[in-house]
Design a protein around this ligand. Sequence first.
Ligand code: HEC
Length: 148
Amino acid sequence: MQTATRFIDSPQRRWLDLLVGSVLISMLVFGSIYIYQLNNDARDLTLANELALRGQQLSTDHGCVACHTVDGSPGVGPSWLGMWGKTEMLTTGEVVTVNEEYFSSSLRLAQRQVLAGYPNIMPYYFLPEEEVVALMEYARQLANPQTP
Ligand code: HEC
């Protein structure tokens, strides 16, 4: 007769389950609070026109703000604060300026145009032109939020 208890039946294993479970649950809870907060930050800005407001709405609807902050703090992707007009380097070594052309191709060619120093994880977005225009107006205003 075998007497040794298998680890899976042991009390230690139960504690391990509880520990792993609570770590996962707190990640879920704090992750949700964090994303909620990012959405709120994005809504708090004062914007000059309807188009920019629409862009702001779209940025939360499409989940852009989960990766892009609007207050300059670091996120998964670069912050949109002051992004417009900035000169940056891609992983290919190519130097680009953030303008209409670059912005819209960043959405459609997300995996081809990757900013140096960032992970290549931005999803492709095939948005209607009207939405891209609104997002760009929003980004443009974020470049200089003091003078709307
Ligand atoms: C899963 C995270 C994620 C989401 C969601 C996301 N992005 Fe990005 N984005 C990134 C990362 C990471 C980079 C930097 C690497 C790269 O260029 O692909 C980036 C780069 C960009 C750039 C280029 C910025 C620069 O300074 O060169 C633009 C513009 C952009 N994203 C717009 C958007 C828009 C608009 C949306 C929503 C419709 C969006 N992103 C959603 C992660 C994300």
